[in-house]
Design a protein around this ligand. Structure first.
Ligand code: HEM
Length: 721
């Protein structure tokens, strides 16, 4: 649950962190009430969140509630120090610590603290107007302060210790499921005792998660998640309905011995920072990465991971990416697709290899040849027209465009590639959408090699049903095409993609002939590849234009210069003149590339850069890594700045191989031009009629659902021009 919760950034800068950092405890308090029992392996744990009971446990009047024995990891971090000690040991050590942190002693530490802060600020002096990552700064500051004040040595001397402690803490956190650190307070009952109405047997563990009572609206009021320091105007007693609900430093005899020290340190640091600087949150903060692979710079640019029993090499270095995708010696092949993906794409163009790929690629290239694309333009324009007619009634209202674009792109691909319309294709799309959902949900699941082969999950069964349904629908569409043409006594089967496929199906030359199964796989592939990708691009472009109204204006001006207020001229699309739109689309594809991973398999041993790759290893290329690399795009890498593309990709990026929205090399997207024309015509017709703004109800939460999409849709407000 934690991993799921952490997968995406928080949609807003909300303080409602509890469901995110402890999703399990959050759910349990909703399901089981304020105090509940749970099992951690064989260990019974009582979660206590009722303030009065918390007080009873922490005040520990009759000495029943002991500290937990440290497990082996905690012990390595804290030894048998004050935090974990019990009895006499604890008594003696606590006295010493109380003395060290006595208010008189604390006063003497202030100059040292101020000196450390001064050092930090001196370093910051050079950063005027720049962004500073303060978490790292404060790691150094607090280490420096504690070494100097408590041990009389400075950060540099203590650095080795802190480095080691930091590593140890990482291991501890990674083992957070084995141990309970540091969010909840943990203790153990030494003998039978009554807590409220609950009779506790000895040795039961007690867990107190402060976030529960800190987030309780009954204690703090309905504005519990808002940052409102004035609730503390008259101290904690007046701020909370029950003061025992406030536990940042614990309470009772084992409360934090360093609380005064910490507060003084924070006050000194804040005072000195506020005296010198005004600060604001950097735009790069909220925009945290969608995939956590990008958040692991410590592994370097290319690194190995394991997906179940399969080795995967992640490659993010542009020159190596180029080597893999260009595939000069035919070594980097499309590997065996994942089970589910195969159901979605069959053995169609995206997956096929060798001769089959060559033949099918030729057909697709032909279908999407520029002359054929021009022929499709009137169909695209009329589909967009239908959508706009529907929108006519929505003036100044909010429209959720992701859904709209799903219908639009489905309609366009059905009509242009298969000569049927959205309603005909709707059944297929519904089934494909369901299939996509199952696949997106199972993408991270790893099938056990043996068991997975014997047992069918409910997903497997549903997938088989959908697969069968999709196949039947395509057979009908193909059959209808064959019959229709026969009755019209025409020679060919049409020049759209389906027509080319049916022609090839009837070809006398065996080498060129393709089977019915091949046709079905190609149909699936085109329906799928031509639909969700373009829908994602259209949606994010609308979103970005709604926020960046200056670019919206520039685009609109360009469109009026070309088409006036008339429908786009399909005789001459004038696509080449759409410089601004091209830049906007390129920048959108950089920030929100619909295809998030490209995969290849190494067919035979090969050297990639300095790495010797054995056959069978899978290569994963995540475009977002190089798309968001400041070394390649500059420090403003996270900002929407279409003019970085004003002289093409070559001048936008330090290395053009870093830009991969459509892939590169022989397997580059075959629908590239088609998608681009579709998006340009759609945007032109929308911007001719409407000004766009983002709706306040929009929540920014981009997620990977096969492709990047806004989790809660994209709500845009349309104002008639
Ligand atoms: C914004 C829209 C689109 C994006 C971002 C996109 C992206 C991509 C990418 C990155 C690849 C390369 C995959 C790889 O190297 O492993 C690809 C391949 C492919 N795309 Fe697209 N695509 C888009 C639209 C379309 C459309 C509209 C169609 C068809 C109507 C299409 C059909 C295909 C096919 C058939 C392949 C496989 C080509 C081959 O392996 O030879 N795509 N696409």
């Amino acid at each position: 649950m934690t991993r799921e919760a952490m997968k995406t950034p928080m949609p807003t800068l909300s303080n409602d962190i509890f469901p995110r950092v402890q999703p399990h405890i959050h759910l349990w308090t909703k399901l089981y009430g304020r105090n509940f029992l749970s099992w951690h392996g064989y260990r019974a744990e009582l979660f206590v969140t009722e303030p009065d009971l918390i007080k009873e446990v922490l005040n520990n009047k009759n000495g029943v509630f002991k500290k937990e024995n440290p497990d082996k990891y905690t012990f390595k971090l804290l030894g048998n120090g004050l935090v974990t000690a019990e009895g006499k040991n604890w008594n003696r050590q606590r006295k010493l610590a109380n003395h060290a942190f006595h208010i008189e002693n604390l006063k003497n530490m202030v100059p040292t603290m101020a000196g450390s802060v001064e050092n930090m600020l001196e370093k910051w002096g050079y950063h005027d107007g720049k962004e500073i990552q303060v978490l790292e700064e404060f790691r150094i500051l607090t280490s420096d302060v504690i070494t100097k004040t408590a041990f009389g040595s400075n950060y540099l001397e203590g650095e080795k210790i802190f480095d080691m402690l930091t590593k140890l803490t990482s291991i501890l956190t990674a083992n957070a499921f084995k141990i309970e650190l540091p969010l909840p307070v943990v203790g153990r009952v030494s003998r039978e005792v009554r807590l409220g109405e609950i009779l506790l047997p000895p040795n039961i563990y007690i867990i107190i998660p402060p976030l529960v009572s800190h987030n309780d609206p009954q204690i703090w009021g309905e504005d519990v998640h808002l940052f409102r320091p004035d609730r503390f105007t008259e101290g904690v007693t007046k701020a909370a309905k029950n003061t025992n609900a406030y536990l940042p430093f614990g309470m009772g005899p084992r409360n934090c011995v360093g609380s005064n020290f910490a507060i003084i340190e924070v006050k000194v640091a804040l005072s000195m920072i506020l005296q010198r600087y005004a600060f604001s949150l950097s735009p790069s903060y909220a925009h945290s990465p969608i995939q956590y692979i990008t958040a692991r710079p410590q592994h370097g640019r290319n690194f190995l991971t394991w997906y179940g029993c399969k080795a995967q090499l992640y490659v993010t270095e542009p020159d190596l990416i180029k080597q893999v995708l260009n595939n000069r010696d035919g070594i980097y092949v499309k590997g065996k697709p994942r089970e589910f993906l195969k159901k979605l794409l069959g053995d169609g163009l995206v997956i096929a290899e060798g001769k089959k790929w060559s033949r099918q690629r030729k057909l697709a290239n032909h279908a999407f040849h520029i002359e054929n694309l021009k022929g499709m333009a009137p169909t695209i324009v009329s589909s967009v027209g239908n959508m706009l007619e529907r929108w006519g009634y929505h003036e100044k209202k909010e429209i959720e465009v992701l859904e709209e674009f799903r219908i639009l792109t489905s309609d366009i691909i059905s009509k242009t590639a298969f000569g049927s319309n959205y309603l005909d294709g709707k059944k297929i799309f519904d089934m494909l959408t369901k299939l996509t959902s199952i696949i997106a949900a199972t993408d991270l699941k790893i099938k056990l090699p043996l068991i997975g082969n014997f047992m069918k999950s409910s997903d497997d069964i549903l997938v088989e049903k959908l697969e069968h349904g999709i196949r039947e629908s395509f057979i009908q569409i193909i059959q209808r095409r064959k019959e229709k043409i026969q009755t019209e006594e025409s020679n060919g089967y049409g020049s759209d993609y389906l027509g080319l496929l049916v022609n090839a199906n009837q070809d006398h030359d065996e080498n060129k002939r393709i089977s019915t199964d091949d046709m079905i796989d190609e149909c699936k592939t085109f329906y799928f590849a031509g639909h969700e990708t373009t829908m994602s691009l259209l949606t994010w472009t609308m979103f970005l234009l709604a926020i960046h109204t200056d670019w919206q204006e520039k685009a609109r001006k360009e469109i009026f210069d070309i088409y006036g207020d008339k429908k786009p001229n399909t005789e001459d699309l004038n696509i080449a003149k759409m410089k601004t739109l091209t830049m906007i689309i390129s920048e959108t594809l950089r920030l929100y590339p619909p295809v998030l991973t490209l995969r290849r398999t190494v067919a035979s041993e090969v050297k990639l850069g300095d790495i010797l790759l054995p056959p069978g290893i899978e290569i994963v290329i995540p475009p977002l890594v190089s798309h968001t690399d400041p070394h390649i795009w500059g420090e403003d890498v996270h900002l929407f700045k279409p003019d970085r593309f004003s002289d093409g990709v070559i001048n936008a990026a330090k290395n053009t191989n870093a830009y991969l929205p459509f892939g590169m090399g022989p397997r580059i997207c075959v629908g590239l031009n088609f998608a681009t024309i579709e998006v340009k015509l759609t945007l032109s017709m929308i911007l001719q009629r409407y000004a766009l703004t983002l709706s306040p109800s929009y929540v920014h939460s981009p997620v990977q659902h096969m492709f990047i999409r806004p989790r809660h849709g994209a709500q845009i407000i349309f104002h008639k021009l």
